[in-house]
Design a protein around this ligand. Structure first.
Ligand SMILES: NC(=O)C1=CN([C@@H]2O[C@H](COP(=O)(O)OP(=O)(O)OC[C@H]3O[C@@H](n4cnc5c(N)ncnc54)[C@H](O)[C@@H]3O)[C@@H](O)[C@H]2O)C=CC1
Ligand SMILES: O=C(O)[C@H]1O[C@H](OP(=O)(O)OP(=O)(O)OC[C@H]2O[C@@H](n3ccc(=O)[nH]c3=O)[C@H](O)[C@@H]2O)[C@H](O)[C@@H](O)[C@@H]1O
Length: 438
């Protein structure tokens, strides 16, 4: 099948490369000429395991091309819209201007019978509005909504072998059947592997996506709320999570207490959901998401407070080694990263912060030039008054506490991800402080 992907960021570039890997003829379109230049020669413009290999082979095969010119979508019959929907400045709402611009751009080049497929995460009601616009355009194109559930760090696997597919299709039965058939041709391999498929209306498809992210965020904030209680009662939230997680109705995944969630999706998606619910008069239904957000943000400050205490309430001029910058391991994404937040706040308090990350230093330096970075772990630890681990990359979680202890000035560590073994670190002479642990 010939498909186009509009927007080649963390989602779109992986989607385009994966669709080509599945045998489709794909053109990826983006307004960012620098990004397109790299993609066009088979280079990944960001870190994502498995993506460089996929891009190289798909570009070399000729099945995958990239362009900044929307006219190059001509000839494709399915057009995925994967542009950003960031939080609007000064508001909780999603900025839909990129989605609107992408659809307007497409309408100049689509043909009758083409299917425009929304993949971006949008407030409920967006698809219905866009469908009306597409119908008015007289192009004969039509719309489906196909939300994406991939995780950064596992994006290629999640795209090629998703755990479910959701199609939001038009009300009209014939259009719905055609949309379903076209999408099922695109996803033939996953469907042959018996990936569960849910075919529904636009509103449900949009809501499946935001409610999935809202649920994941709520689960993390729930365990972080328990961490707050554990902190004043002397309980251990990691054992609590193990114990409740053994109940299969609850499950252990996403009960990792620590510095909280970040990234380009969970934080902005729960805020946009709250804003949209208020617009449609149902603000009280998801009012708890404001609490989920507040608990999450308190954990960042908790790490900063623990650090200040560990520095005897005098952070000024003390060297703090910050391990991790990305919002989670296996990603170079620093959007709304708790690690960055902690580093910036400690720097603001006058500490000499030196931060390290295996993949995210370049992005961090561009966005936060006031911070100091070093890609050598030994140099970062050398003479440190405090070590703060905020992204659980393997190189930090498996670090030898004896080796690290010989480098630092003072053996104090704050484990913002509860990923170190307190016994081993204490045995090596460290003052260990986890989150929600005695
Ligand atoms: N990053 C992720 O893991 C996932 C993201 N999503 C959703 O997918 C959407 C995209 O997210 P990301 O890829 O992370 O964002 P991103 O910011 O990495 O990528 C968006 C891309 O769209 C391009 N763009 C903007 N306007 C354009 C236009 N008019 N025409 C062509 N290209 C345009 C930008 O230059 C950028 O490269 C968001 O709605 C997000 O919530 C959904 C699931 C997973
Ligand atoms: O809509 C999206 O963009 C995506 O958002 C999340 O994926 P992602 O942001 O890549 O990362 P997650 O693995 O969900 O982690 C999100 C944040 O939660 C934190 N987290 C995760 C798990 C946990 O137990 N504790 C915890 O603090 C992570 O450190 C990270 O900062 C969802 O998991 C994806 O299904 C979804 O498609």
């Amino acid at each position: 099948m010939r498909v186009s992907v509009i927007g080649c960021g963390y989602l779109g570039a992986v989607h385009a490369a994966s669709m080509a890997e599945l045998g489709h003829e794909v053109v990826g379109i983006d307004v960012d000429a620098a990004k397109i230049a790299r993609l066009a020669v088979g280079e990944a413009p960001f870190f994502e395991p498995g993506l460089p290999e996929l891009l190289r082979s798909a570009v070399a095969s000729g099945r995958l091309t990239f362009s900044t010119d929307m006219a190059d979508v001509a000839g494709a019959s399915v057009h995925f819209v994967a542009v950003g929907t960031p939080q609007l400045r000064g508001s909780f709402s999603a900025d839909l201007s990129y989605v609107d611009a992408a659809v307007e751009g497409l309408l100049e080049h689509v043909s009758a019978g083409d299917l425009i497929v929304g993949k971006s995460t949008v407030p409920v009601g967006t698809a219905e509005r866009l469908a009306a616009r597409i119908a008015d355009s007289g192009t004969g194109a039509f719309l489906a909504w196909n939300p994406e559930f991939l995780r950064e760090g596992f994006a290629v696997k999640d795209t090629i072998s998703p755990d479910r597919l959701v199609y939001g299709v038009p009300v009209d039965a014939e259009a719905a059947a055609t949309a379903e058939a076209m999408l099922s041709e695109v996803y033939a391999q996953a469907l042959a592997a018996e990936t569960p498929l849910i075919v529904t209306d636009y509103a449900t498809a949009e809501l499946v996506k935001v409610s999935a992210n809202a649920f994941l965020a709520t689960k993390i904030s729930f365990i972080n709320a328990m961490a707050e209680i554990a902190e004043v009662t002397g309980a251990d939230v990691t054992q609590l999570a193990d114990a409740i997680g053994l109940d299969v109705r609850i499950g252990r995944r996403f009960l990792g207490a620590g510095v909280g969630f970040g990234g380009g999706c969970l934080p902005k998606d729960i805020r946009a959901f709250t804003a949209r619910a208020e617009e449609i008069g149902r603000g009280e239904s998801v009012a708890f998401l404001k609490e989920v957000d507040a608990i999450n943000l308190r954990r960042r400050q908790r790490v900063v407070d623990l650090a200040v205490d560990a520095l005897d309430r005098e952070p000024h001029g003390k060297k703090v080694a910050v391990l991790g910058l990305a919002f989670k391991p296996f990603s170079d994404d620093i959007r709304d990263s708790p690690a960055i937040d902690v580093a910036v706040r400690l720097r603001g308090l006058g500490a000499d912060v030196v931060a390290i990350d295996p993949e995210a230093i370049e992005n961090s330096r561009r966005m936060h030039p006031q911070l100091e970075f070093d890609d050598d772990l030994e140099a970062v630890l050398s003479g440190a008054d405090l070590v703060v681990l905020v992204t659980e990359w393997n190189e930090y979680r498996h670090m030898d506490p004896v080796w690290a202890g010989e480098l630092v000035g003072t053996r104090k560590v704050i484990d913002g991800r509860n990923c170190l073994d307190p016994k081993a670190w204490r045995a090596a002479g460290w003052t260990y402080q986890g989150l929600g642990r005695p």
